[in-house]
Design a protein around this ligand. Structure first.
Ligand code: ADP
Ligand code: MG
Length: 305
């Protein structure tokens, strides 16, 4: 047990370490004051150790009067935990299946560990934060995701992917209550059906749905690439700006693949349901969030209606 003296010294040390971010005031910051910005952070950006810097950026925005909602991922951490427990992921038609054991791990890792880490980092950065999953206050009412595919005989069938869902409705009142009290909500991407079943939801899809529901001024996806690349093997092929139709065309043409598909789709969903813009930017850089939002020419890819 640490003595009172040691504990006081530790707290003082932590306070001394808490550096407030300096960032030149910009015209775009003025536009965001009083508005809501939804930020999706991680999975892959999260595992790269930039959490403290990310938290400092959020704290800066909140101090400047921007309302921030954080949605975090956790794919890599869930895969790690599954591996440790010897659970092999299963796929049908290329879609990952979430069985009961996988759902349990996902809930435990997302709500228990990742969410707590993000909240702790924000509190350390001087930003009051509350961690919630989509279950809390039915924040994310969800329905089962059952994508349609053609079977061997060419008939359309709905795939059963287990406990995985899409957002049906967002309880924006709960977010307003937290924000009204000065708390930044930190959301774990778990939804709940009308009968109380938890469903795993892609964190990008959650961010897009929340951004649309709160009519966010911006929805920022921080990831492990510079943004949307025209040619994903060429880092110099970054697309700086996309209109809705152009982003849609990149998905149809197969120029975006893998994890970039739900991200780009989430940008489109956010815009279609009322967000003003969406951005995909590199979360591994320092000051990533501020550089994606505040300069006259922000980092990453901007998607606008
Ligand atoms: P996150 O953990 O942030 O959700 P993902 O791995 O799910 O990240 O998605 C980002 C990945 O998408 C990139 O690392 C890249 O490998 C892949 N990707 C596929 N197509 C593209 C593209 N056109 N431009 C950029 N990244 C792409
Ligand atoms: Mg992803």
């Amino acid at each position: 047990m640490a003595s009172v003296k040691t504990r006081v010294r530790t707290i003082e040390k932590l306070k001394a370490l808490q550096v407030e971010v300096e960032y030149p005031p910009t015209a775009r910051l003025k536009l965001l004051q009083g508005e809501t910005v939804v930020v999706k952070y991680g999975g892959h950006a999260l595992t790269n150790g930039g959490l403290a810097g990310f938290a400092a950026d959020v704290a800066y925005l909140v101090r400047a009067g921007v309302r921030v909602v954080v949605v975090h991922g956790g794919g890599p951490e869930i895969s790690e935990a599954m591996e440790a427990e010897g659970i092999e992921p299963t796929f049908v038609h290329g879609h990952r299946v979430t069985d009961e054991a996988t759902l349990k791990i996902a809930e435990r890792v997302l709500s228990g560990r990742v969410n707590r880490d993000v909240v702790t980092a924000l509190e350390k950065a001087g930003c009051k934060a509350v961690g919630i999953s989509g279950r809390d206050g039915s924040l994310l009412r969800a329905r089962y995701r059952k994508p349609k595919v053609k079977d061997a005989a060419g008939r359309e069938v709905a795939l059963d992917l287990g406990f995985v869902g899409d957002v049906d409705r967002v309880n924006t009142r709960l977010l307003q209550l937290l924000q009204g009290g000065g708390y930044t909500p930190v959301i774990a991407p778990i939804g709940v059906t009308s009968s109380g079943q938890s469903l795993n939801i892609n964190a990008d899809a959650v961010a897009g749905a929340v951004a649309g529901a709160v009519k966010a001024a911006s929805c920022v996806f921080l990831t492990d690439v510079a943004g949307v690349l025209k040619d994903k093997t060429d880092p110099d092929s970054l697309v700086r700006a996309l209109r809705y139709r152009e982003a849609e065309a990149l998905i149809t043409a197969g120029a975006v693949t893998g994890g970039m598909v739900p991200k780009t789709q989430a940008c489109l969903d956010a815009l279609a349901s009322g967000a003003r813009e969406a951005r995909i930017a590199d979360g591994r850089e320092s000051r990533a969030l501020l550089n994606a939002l505040l300069p006259a020419e922000p980092q990453g890819t901007a998607v606008t209606p």
